[in-house]
Design a protein around this ligand. Structure first.
Ligand SMILES: NC(=O)c1ccc[n+]([C@@H]2O[C@H](COP(=O)([O-])OP(=O)(O)OC[C@H]3O[C@@H](n4cnc5c(N)ncnc54)[C@H](OP(=O)(O)O)[C@@H]3O)[C@@H](O)[C@H]2O)c1
Length: 348
């Protein structure tokens, strides 16, 4: 496919316009659908309109961008993702684009969803529309990494979050853990929750803390993540707070532990593209042992346990070679605390 990098719109570069479309999607969580932004640009680089897909079932970005424009025959559509060519909850975007009379479409990246995957581009080309590659697929994918991961693997992207003392404890021996971190860290953790489709805890945390697992910060208007609990031998009280929120309970019939890969297939099959694992120590270990964790977010509170209560991750650390390599990608200060973000594995 021809690259659009050299296309200029009155001195405005394609990547600048693609960023406008990408930025417009900021804060949107239309999952399991992708985040998509689209702009209609005239030859002199004027952005005539902007469309963003906000919720499943609601109009797609391409339709919203074209809506209300009477003549687009001299314009270009710049869209972050390959337009769909199938009937879902809304009609195919390719139909809307073809009917509009627009002659050029610059696409951020291919949609790996098997229902699209090149078909959208082929359909537009067959209708005589010039379809160009933005050359910015890495940037576009990083804007919605859980969607791309989910469509390629069928599983959610997993983030493991822990809140620890400086010396790595998540609770005292008597089970108390509220609060190890400051209000600033806890507020940030609510933002982290808002960025995930589902939040998982183990039965131990549910029984110790009876968490609500909702997003709670001022002005939050988005959708609440789905609560998920992993259960082995113990039963979950029917009056646990998350049971009033239609929690997904993952358990096996014979009370053995759930295979994490199978659990992720189940959650992915329910359209969950991102999962935040909030502990406790035993569930954290299950996930780390399975190799399914992509990202770690560790809030280190300004407290020293100065002894062993409940270490952040259960199990033994037998020899240094067993330590998992990680790459620290960010270190932030949050009030008196520190937040460390890391990916699993070494820098490539
Ligand atoms: N500071 C923090 O960030 C933080 C976060 C969360 C929790 N905590 C604290 O951590 C403590 C709880 O930790 P914990 O290790 O006892 O509890 P946990 O990890 O929340 O729960 C452990 C239990 O979860 C179930 N489980 C774990 N993996 C499973 C799997 N693969 N399949 C099915 N079931 C699975 C098992 O339930 P069964 O017992 O039914 O077999 C297991 O005993 C509490 O004191 C809590 O306050 C702290």
């Amino acid at each position: 496919m021809r690259r659009a990098v050299d296309n200029q719109f009155g001195g405005v570069a394609v990547d600048e316009l693609m960023r406008v479309a990408l930025d417009a999607t900021s804060g949107t969580y239309p999952h399991p659908n992708p985040r998509v932004g689209a702009v209609i640009v005239s030859r002199d680089g004027t952005v005539r309109s902007l469309g963003v897909h906000r919720h499943p079932g609601q109009p797609h970005a391409e339709l919203l961008a074209l809506q209300g424009l009477d003549d687009v025959t001299q314009d270009t559509m710049i869209v972050t993702l390959e337009p769909c060519d199938h009937h879902g909850e809304t009609p195919p975007c390719t139909d809307v684009i073809i009917d509009s009379g627009i002659k050029t479409v610059i696409v951020g990246t291919l949609d790996p969803d098997p229902r699209v995957s090149g078909r959208g581009m082929d359909r537009l080309r067959a209708a005589g529309i010039e379809v160009l590659d933005s050359g910015l697929s890495e940037l576009v994918e990083s804007n919605d990494s859980s969607y791309f991961h989910h469509r390629r693997t069928g599983r959610p992207l997993v983030t493991l979050k822990l809140a620890t003392t400086l010396d790595g404890q998540i609770a005292a021996l008597d089970g108390t853990s509220q609060w190890i971190t400051s209000p600033e860290s806890r507020n940030d953790a609510h933002h982290l929750r808002s960025q995930n489709d589902a939040i998982a805890v183990g039965a131990g945390t549910l029984l110790a803390d009876d968490p609500l697992l909702t997003v709670r910060f001022d002005d939050f208007r988005g959708r609440q993540p789905v609560p998920v609990v992993f259960r082995g031998r113990r039963s979950i009280p029917t009056d646990a707070m998350i049971m009033n929120r239609d929690a997904i309970v993952l358990a096996t019939e014979d009370h053995t532990w759930v295979d994490i890969g199978v659990a992720l297939d189940t959650l992915g099959g329910r359209g969950i593209t991102s999962l935040l694992v909030e502990g406790g120590a035993t569930l954290a270990r299950s996930f780390l042992d399975s190799g399914a964790v992509h990202r770690l977010v560790i809030y280190i509170g300004a407290k020293l346990a100065a002894g062993t209560g409940a270490p952040a991750i259960a199990g033994s650390f037998l020899t240094l070679n067993d330590a998992l390599p990680i790459t620290i990608t960010n270190v932030d200060s949050l009030g008196p605390d520190v937040k460390i973000t890391a990916s699993l594995g070494e820098v490539a």
